[in-house]
Design a protein around this ligand. Structure first.
Ligand code: HDE
Length: 703
């Protein structure tokens, strides 16, 4: 007995020093902290504030006997643990959330009374959550998927949630189709896979029977859905909204976010390998950037147009499968968003944040887009099920930062303690209870006429024209990626009739695309095209729809990996590191052992990553600095061979010294303008700012 007691005490002594300052925050809500005599740590307590003397052993009848039901400490701890999870979001479960601020740089006073859009220079706190759509909360960061781009503005006039995506259009026109779309894309219900992938039968079955989704299909098969970093994606409000000014006049508006770092995507083969190398690639990238003080920034722009303008568009702006090109309505930059603070606690903030498109402020209102109209119902409803209470607005990340008061009362987990006798309005019993205010929220005074019914407007019938415009606006490299993505995805579809139906739709979009995909799928005969509900219009190409065209000529936000081993030249490593860092890149040293390598001059250089666990897919460009001897040793090491072969195949710049060149040769890596000698560091830095697009035809056959 006494021996066992001694063991438990020694466990406790092994605890070590706890330097986690978050302990304060988690106990603070409970009031005064119990202080251990003479210690700096707060006392560990139950949720009722009872100080614990033993957190290592449950209460037992004897040293080797049964555990007692009486152990309220064990039961409280385990019960809380059992309920740690809440239902994950049915869509957009996997995400990264960051705090920051929005600053208005140009006033929209002519169009809206909303202070957030009229008070230039005002900084409004925001919480931004960027997500994938299809996968569960524990899925990888880098599937081919749309990214959600949700911003909660804590304005002086209430919370405004702009719940958008990184693609400006959507799959469907009417909210009633959303559950079908999501059931089709999610893992198939009988087998429970695939997780977060569109490359399966049920998705393409639904899509092939839903012609309105063709424009969105072009976007998701493009490189937009393979972002290099969440700091390098655009955001779109998607729907038309309305602005209302002091005089009650309304103007339509579309909202856009543009990343300061420009757009960048990865190559499909690279994306697949990133998923294995680092499942948290995007979350880690954002975390590291915030920790390093490299705060991501987006420009905020609007497209403003009147009903009269809209009447002249060759499509209906209320149809969320259509976009308004920049050529038709130019973007006006009105502000910027900077994300600069990682949440204290992932669950409390990123998981519990509750966005609702219905959260708008006076001066902003909705359009009749039938998809948006459905969303106005869905999000509030989903919060009730996920967060379990109509009081979800009291959770700190959801609470407005302006005063709020009303007569809503009680409910699950009520945190407030409203005083007084009156909980209704109007009343004559209270001097200071909240009252309605004429300057409060007003809906746009819009006249609605026409026949009620389950009707799809004629103006929503054109499903192919903008899909065609998107495809024809891309660079030839991007067109090849779209065709190849379709071949890849449809090759995973088991049912031939679904593959054929899809190629039939592509015939309406662009003959060349249909032929490339048909050839890639091994069809010897072109399938029939379905009947189009409206003629395909010829629309002028819009270069703003490209991804490559929006890549910035910079190393800011990018990462360079330097592969070294024993005997590497320290002076060359230093020079490359400095040039890359000066150009704004982050640099990591990779060596066969994480402890580092002994350089030619005898000094040790510690590594940031071990070769086997740090493949080149994690970098935008690489340098290979090796002694002849190390190059020889690494030429029989598959991780080293993959490192250089993948860097080349993923169109990255490679700098190599003599030893590096020897490794490239042994790995059968070719030579082109993107493979440079370490003596020409400027050439390396220039090449590292882009991808070697022309190389692609030499490394893979694209459709
Ligand atoms: Fe969502 N969507 N959605 N959605 N959506 C949700 O709300 C829904 C749509 C978007 O980071 C859910 O809180 C319907 C378009 C984002 O927390 C749910 C329809 C766009 C996020 C829901 C759509 C989006 C969601 C799940 C068709 C781009 C994540 C959890 C009418 C403009 C927000 C939740 C976050 C989340 C419903 C279509 C974007 C179920 C019914 C179009 C970024 O309420």
């Amino acid at each position: 007995m006494s021996k066992e007691k001694a063991t438990s005490t020694s466990n406790k002594n092994k605890q070590g020093k706890n330097t986690d300052s978050n302990t304060d925050a988690s106990v603070a809500a409970g009031g005064e902290l119990h202080q251990l005599a003479g210690g700096a740590h707060p006392a560990l307590t139950t949720n009722q504030g009872v100080v614990l003397s033993d957190n290592q052993n449950s209460l037992r009848a004897n040293a080797r006997g049964p555990t007692l039901l009486e152990d309220f400490i064990l039961r409280e701890k385990i019960t809380h643990f059992d309920h740690e999870r809440i239902p994950e979001r049915i869509v957009h479960a996997r995400a990264t959330g960051v705090h920051g601020y929005f600053e208005l740089t140009a006033s929209l006073k002519k169009y809206t009374s909303a202070k957030i859009l009229t008070e230039v220079g005002e900084k409004t706190p925001v919480f931004t959550r960027i997500s994938t759509v299809a996968g569960g909360a524990g899925s990888v960061d880098t599937p081919r998927d749309v990214r959600g781009f949700a911003v909660k503005f804590y304005t002086k006039e209430g919370n405004w949630d702009l719940v958008g995506n990184n693609v400006p259009v959507f799959f469907i026109q009417d909210a009633i189709k959303f559950p079908d779309l999501i059931h089709a894309v999610k893992m198939e219900p009988d087998r429970g896979f695939p997780q977060s992938a569109t490359a399966h039968d049920t998705f393409w079955d639904f899509i092939s029977l839903t012609p309105e989704s063709m424009h969105m299909v072009m976007w998701i098969m493009s490189d937009r859905t393979l972002p290099r970093s969440l700091r390098m994606i655009e955001g779109f409000g998607v729907h038309s909204f309305r602005l209302i000014n002091e005089a009650g006049e309304t103007t339509f508006v579309k909202f856009h976010w543009r990343p300061k770092l420009g757009l960048q995507s990865t190559i499909w083969d690279e994306t697949v390998k990133i998923s294995g190398a680092d499942q948290d690639f995007h979350r880690r990238d954002m975390f590291d950037a915030i920790a390093a003080g490299n705060f991501p920034e987006w420009e905020f722009s609007v497209q403003l147009f009147t009903q009269r303008d809209a009447d002249r568009f060759p499509f209906d702006h209320l149809d969320a499968t259509k976009l308004i090109s920049e050529e038709l309505v130019p973007l006006q930059v009105i502000g910027r968003m900077v994300l600069d603070r990682w949440p204290n606690n992932f669950f409390a903030e990123t998981e519990q944040v509750a966005y609702c498109p219905s959260h708008v402020v006076p001066g902003i209102d909705f359009s009749n887009d039938p998809l948006l109209q459905g969303r106005l119902f869905s999000y509030l409803d989903t919060q009730l099920s996920r967060l379990g209470s109509a009081n979800f607005h009291q959770i700190p990340v959801n609470a407005p930062k302006c005063p709020f008061a009303n007569h809503q009362r009680d409910g699950h987990m009520q945190m407030a303690q409203p005083a007084g006798r009156v909980a209704y309005e109007p009343n004559s019993l209270s001097e200071n209870s909240p009252r309605e205010t004429p300057k409060g929220f007003h809906s746009a005074a819009v006249t609605e006429t026409g026949e009620k019914g389950r009707i799809r407007a004629e103006s929503f019938a054109d499903h192919y024209s903008q899909a065609r415009q998107f495809y024809l606006s891309q660079t030839t490299y991007e067109q090849a990626h779209i065709a190849s993505a379709l071949v890849f995805e449809l090759s995973k579809v088991e049912h031939l009739h679904i593959r054929e139906a899809m190629v039939g739709h592509l015939r309406h979009i662009e003959k060349d695309l249909a032929q490339r995909v048909a050839a890639g799928l091994g069809f010897d005969k072109m399938p029939d095209a379905p009947v189009a509900a409206a003629p395909v219009q010829k629309m002028a190409p819009s270069p703003a729809l490209q991804t490559i065209g929006k890549m910035k000529d910079t190393l800011m936000g990018r990462a360079i990996g330097i592969l070294i081993a024993d005997g590497s030249d320290g002076a060359v490593i230093k020079k490359i590191k400095k040039a890359a860092t000066d150009a704004g890149a982050s640099v990591k040293i990779i060596a066969p052992k994480v402890g580092g390598a002994k350089l030619a001059d005898g000094t040790m250089l510690a590594a940031d990553g071990q070769l086997a666990g740090t493949p080149s897919v994690l970098f935008d460009a690489v340098a290979i600095i090796l002694s002849d001897e190390s190059a020889k040793a690494l030429s029989v090491e598959s991780a080293a061979i993959d490192f250089v072969r993948d860097a080349f195949a993923h169109l990255k710049a490679i700098a190599a010294d003599q030893g590096g060149q020897a490794l490239l040769k042994r790995a059968h890596v070719g030579q082109d303008a993107g493979v440079v000698d370490t003596s020409d560091i400027d050439a390396f830095i220039t090449a590292a700012k882009t991808r070697q697009w022309d190389r692609e035809k030499s490394v893979r056959a694209l459709a």
